[in-house]
Every structure is written in structure tokens, then in C-alpha cells.
Design a protein around this ligand. Structure first.
Ligand SMILES: Nc1ncnc2c1ncn2[C@@H]1O[C@H](COP(=O)(O)OP(=O)(O)OP(=O)(O)O)[C@@H](O)[C@H]1O
Length: 367
């Protein structure tokens, strides 16, 4: 079956290219996944690709979709270069278009059907616990009775398969991917589509079209809120995501160390530049609680993010201590908000979720 798929791909020469998809290296045979009628085709779009991405995707879908054995097909466009360079309409203006704004002053047209609100969880640098925060925040929002989706857009190292212990692959029905449900939330991650030993996505920033596929071609159903776990950092890929996804707001995760705070400030600036409101900063790994004696120690200093948030005029959403139980539960794929729902740590996350929900749904708060 894979041979037939590859043979069909070898017959496609994209407009403006001299050679077919396989010869040009745009499709690498080992990266094409074929399993029980499910076919995933990652396409590496080269720098300066002369053709039309939508047309290319449609051609591949057309040629492969006609095969009897292909039940589900997903064509994922990826690129080695700066994501912004491949944006469908490269954003020239820093500010979003202002025509037909909603009551939150964001354009209606950009909304994803069924998805009421989207919030980004971002960090200025890697390893500060952004994904752990995103997943526990999502579950905290769920515990408030909201319908929640979690989109792992951290294409450099998608962590949701590990943090939520998800090993199955999502179903593809028609041309829509069905997100995986875990602990009452709907989850989608590039990590679900890629094999661990086949790190196609890690090679470089993903093109915007791949993110668009994850937001718009996934069957999210009805969501009150989608939590978007952004890639760490403030580069072009992140900026493009912040521009292309209709975000209601962003939260920035930082550790108390100065360096992380300097990076966090870059994150704040990035969202401000594209007119996305900052809901606030979260200080992660703030105080170390000794698992033996329960004594708190401020290993990295404490309160850095809180002071910084005050200075920068953005809300401080809360501090999460550095605690073994948080890490152990993360590693076991059972986030602390569900694993130890009555613990003080789960409460910290739920308190943050409450503040975020109050910003997302202010009108319901007023009732
Ligand atoms: N409050 C905490 N207490 C203890 N361990 C934590 C805490 N927050 C995160 N961790 C641990 O720190 C490590 C990094 O966390 P995580 O993967 O969430 O970071 P990240 O910022 O998303 O990383 P990356 O930038 O690599 O995507 C993980 O092992 C996680 O379990």
C-alpha cells in the first residue's frame, strides 16, 4: 500500500518545480506514514517554493484520495525556513486589520467555527514549565465546567503526548482530524501525527499552514476555550502564530530567574506588538517545597515575576511552587490537577484558571 502511495506521489510535479515530489525531496519516503488506511504525508516546502501551497495540497489530496485503500488522508505542509515567510498572506502590518471587529475588537472573520475563545500560553525561553502550566491550566478551566481544547503548537518538541500519556493516533474522518479526548478535554498535538524516531517537525519552524491545519482542520466541535501551547521563545514562528490565530489573550510563564524574566518581557512585547491582550504572568517553580519536611526554600529567588508584572503593568496571575509532585505527575502523564485534585498545587492552577476565565468571559462574570 505504501508503495502505491509513493508511486502516486512520484507522479506529482508541483507547479514551477522541475522534478516530482520525491525526487525533489519535498516528500521523503520514510516520513510518509501508512497504517490501516490512514495516510499522513509530510511535505517539506523548500525556501522560495514557486507554486501555490493550497493547490499543491489539493493535488496531493486528489491523487491519493482516489485510492481505494486510503480511508483517511492528512497532508501536512512543513518548512525549514522562517514560518512568517510562508504565511498565506505575509503580514505586512504589525497591527491586525480593523474591519468588522467584534466586541473584543478582534475581526469576526478570523474566528474558528465552534471555538469561542483561544488563549496562548507562551514563554520567552524553553524549559520554564510552559507545557506543564498549559495542560494544568486547561484542566483547571475544565474543572470550572468549560468545554476545553488543548492545542500543542510547540512544534520544536511537542510534549502533550507525554504529559497526557497519549499514545494513540487521532482518527481522521473525511478531511477532518478528530482530537483525542483525555481527562475531559480535547487534545491535538503535532506529536500525535509524527513518529518519535521520525522528527520531521523538529527540523525547523513549521509553516503557518500546518498550524492552520491544526486549528481549522481539526474537528474541535464546540469549545468554550482553546488553550494554545506555543513554542518557547519569541521568534518569527511565534510571532506569526500570534498574528494568524484569533487570540483573545496570552499568558506568559516565567521562572523567577532574571534571565527568564528578561525573556518573558520579550514575550510580552511580542503580543503587545500584535495587539493581543496579556492576561498576565505566571511565575513557575517559584518556591521549592521540600517533599520531606515541607519547608519552602526560594532556590531561584522568589517574586521576580510578580514584581516584574507590576512594573510592566500586566496582571500577576499566580505562582506555582517547584514541587516533586508536579514533576512526577507530569512525567506519569497524569497532570496534578486531575491526579491530586485536592492538593494545594491543583488549587494554585485552578485559581489561575479562574482568573483567566474571568478575563475570557467577563460578561458572564457580571451576571
Ligand atoms: N512547578 C513545577 N514543579 C516541578 N517540576 C516542574 C514544574 N513545572 C514544570 N516542571 C518540570 O519541568 C520540566 C519542564 O517542564 P515543561 O516541559 O512543562 O517545560 P516547557 O517550558 O514547556 O519546556 P520546553 O520549552 O522544552 O517545551 C518537566 O520535567 C516538568 O515536569
Amino acid at each position: 500500500m505504501k508503495k502505491v502511495v509513493l508511486a502516486r506521489l512520484s507522479l506529482i510535479t508541483p507547479t514551477g518545480m522541475r522534478t516530482d515530489l520525491l525526487t525533489s525531496g519535498m516528500v521523503v519516503a520514510d516520513e510518509v506514514q501508512v497504517e490501516d488506511g490512514k495516510v499522513i504525508v509530510p511535505v517539506n516546502v523548500p525556501d522560495g517554493f514557486p507554486g501555490d501551497l493550497a493547490e499543491l495540497k489539493a493535488t496531493i489530496e486528489d491523487r491519493l484520495g482516489g485510492l481505494e485503500e486510503v480511508e483517511n488522508l492528512l497532508v501536512v505542509l512543513t518548512a525549514e525556513r522562517e514560518a512568517s515567510a510562508l504565511a498565506p498572506e505575509p503580514p505586512k502590518l504589525k497591527k491586525r486589520p480593523t474591519e468588522a471587529p467584534g466586541r473584543d475588537m478582534r475581526p469576526h472573520s478570523a474566528k474558528i467555527p465552534g471555538v469561542k475563545t483561544i488563549i496562548a500560553v507562551a514563554s520567552g525561553k524553553g524549559g520554564v514549565g510552559k507545557s506543564t502550566t498549559a495542560v494544568n491550566l486547561a484542566l483547571g478551566l475544565r474543572s470550572l465546567g468549560l468545554k476545553v481544547g488543548l492545542l500543542d503548537a510547540d512544534i520544536y518538541g511537542p510534549s502533550m503526548p507525554r504529559l497526557l500519556d497519549i499514545t494513540e493516533r487521532p482518527e481522521i474522518v473525511g478531511d477532518r482530524v478528530i482530537p483525542i479526548e483525555k481527562y475531559g478535554i480535547k487534545v491535538m498535538s503535532m506529536g500525535f501525527l509524527m513518529q518519535e524516531d521520525n522528527p520531521v517537525i523538529w527540523r525547523g519552524p513549521m509553516v503557518v499552514s500546518a498550524l492552520m491545519q491544526m486549528t481549522r482542520e481539526v474537528d474541535w466541535g464546540t469549545l468554550d476555550v482553546m488553550v494554545l501551547d506555543m513554542p518557547p521563545g519569541t521568534g518569527d514562528a511565534q510571532l506569526t502564530m500570534a498574528q494568524q490565530v484569533p487570540l483573545q489573550g496570552a499568558v506568559i510563564v516565567s521562572t523567577p530567574q532574571d534571565l527568564a524574566l528578561i525573556d518573558a518581557r520579550k514575550g510580552l512585547k511580542m503580543f503587545k506588538n500584535v495587539d493581543v491582550p496579556i492576561f498576565g504572568m505566571i511565575e513557575n517553580m517559584s518556591t521549592f517545597i521540600c517533599p520531606h519536611c515541607g519547608k519552602p526554600s526560594d532556590i531561584f529567588g522568589h517574586g521576580g515575576a510578580e514584581e516584574d508584572a507590576r512594573r510592566l503593568g500586566v496582571p500577576f496571575l499566580g505562582a506555582i511552587p517547584l514541587h516533586m509532585a508536579i514533576r512526577e505527575n507530569s512525567d506519569a502523564g497524569t497532570p496534578i490537577v486531575v491526579a491530586e485534585a485536592d492538593s494545594i498545587h491543583a488549587k494554585y492552577y485552578r485559581d489561575i484558571a479562574l482568573k483567566v476565565a474571568a478575563r475570557l468571559f467577563p460578561e458572564e462574570d457580571e451576571e
